[in-house]
Design a protein around this ligand. Structure first.
Ligand SMILES: [Zn+2]
Length: 101
């Protein structure tokens, strides 16, 4: 016998923003990926990029905290040159302006 069980799971996956350390539903956060080549990239809304991910609130303030606190080198246990952090910050801002990227 199959019974119609709850169609929507109640459990929402949470992730912690590496800028402000608050927990939010994964869907509401922007994913930053360290690719297998060791580069940083801001993932699209579908989360297609391969690699280790870190999550940041969709706010410039949080991204600035991420840079200031060196949260990315800390999270990925790898040093990144300042230019690379600047590029990922720009990608992040573009992503905020155009959520469909
Ligand atoms: Zn945040």
């Amino acid at each position: 016998m199959t019974q119609a069980t709850a169609s929507k799971p109640r459990h929402v996956p949470l992730r912690t923003c590496i800028g402000c350390n608050s927990e939010k539903p994964k869907m509401e956060l922007i994913r930053i990926v360290r690719t297998p080549e060791g580069n940083l990239a801001v993932d699209g809304p579908k989360g297609k990029l391969k690699g280790r991910g870190a999550y940041v609130c969709p706010q410039v303030e949080c991204m600035e905290k991420v840079i200031k606190r060196k949260a990315l080198p800390h999270t990925f246990k790898q040093a990144f040159p300042p230019e690379q952090l600047e590029v990922v910050k720009q990608q992040f801002v573009e992503r905020l302006l155009t959520p469909s990227i």
